[in-house]
Design a protein around this ligand. Structure first.
Ligand SMILES: [Zn+2]
Length: 242
């Protein structure tokens, strides 16, 4: 199962290689009797404790935060006496009836609903995405710090390439000068794929490049020109959308 998620936590995308992580039950196997502040913890699905598609690899922090939270907008699906061996692929069927607020990373496409602000915090215009962000605490400090590092490293590499570009560009050799950006952009592009840790922020930047560049300090006098150059380099070295 860890392979499907590329050894990453299904919720926060942190690598699980050195942290064996935990197995998270999408639908909780136990209920919490105490009233929870931010989510509903009253439903239990003990019969899905070993159902394959109810299990997700998660880091300790996400697992701990999510705990037994499972809010639904539809109707609670009770155990109908099904044979336990036939309960391995029921998530989608259950979801249609229960309409859970928590995303199931394997079945729900949500990347295009995530935006990052200047503090590298994620949010969404989609209620289920926001519920998942809140319940798993996906804007906790260590995650925001990791995203910030990706962004600052990327900008400082671009700055360095712009300086090299400046020294050599004579108005006629654009193509040749864009080569300075090649390795950085190809690497950034490669890591925006699902197999990489924290791919979502890279994907977001890639898909909103101009807006992103306009919002950050690039450290180049003619910012408009710098943005044009970087965008040209992206067009040149980003092969296709992934
Ligand atoms: Zn996690």
């Amino acid at each position: 199962m860890k392979q499907i998620y590329y050894e990453k936590c299904a919720f926060c995308e942190s690598e699980l290689k050195n942290d064996f992580g935990e197995i998270e039950h999408y639908r909780p196997k136990n209920r919490s009797e105490t009233e929870a502040k931010n989510c509903d913890k009253r439903n239990s699905y003990y019969w899905l404790a070993f159902s394959w598609d109810n299990l997700l690899p998660a880091c300790k922090r996400c697992n701990g935060k999510k705990s037994n939270c499972f809010d639904i907008e539809g109707e609670y699906k009770e155990y109908q006496g099904e044979n336990l061996e036939n309960l391995h692929l029921v998530t989608q069927e259950y979801n249609e009836v229960e309409k859970p607020k928590l995303l199931h990373p394997e079945y729900d496409r949500f990347e295009n609903h995530i935006v990052f602000n200047l503090k590298d915090e994620m949010s969404s215009d989609n209620e289920r995405v926001n519920y998942t962000i809140q319940v798993c605490d996906l804007n906790r400090e260590n995650l925001v710090d990791s995203r910030e590092k990706i962004v600052t490293d990327f900008i400082s590499q671009l700055q360095r390439h712009l300086l090299s570009f400046d020294k050599v560009f004579n108005g006629d050799n654009l193509q040749e000068c864009l080569e300075y950006f090649k390795v950085t952009i190809e690497d950034f592009y490669a890591k925006s794929g699902v197999e990489s840790q924290y791919s979502l922020i890279r994907k977001y930047i890639k898909n909103n490049l101009i807006e992103f560049l306009e919002s950050v300090e690039i450290g180049y006098e003619d910012k408009e020109f710098a943005i044009t150059i970087i965008a040209s380099a992206f067009n040149e070295f980003c092969l296709e959308d992934n």
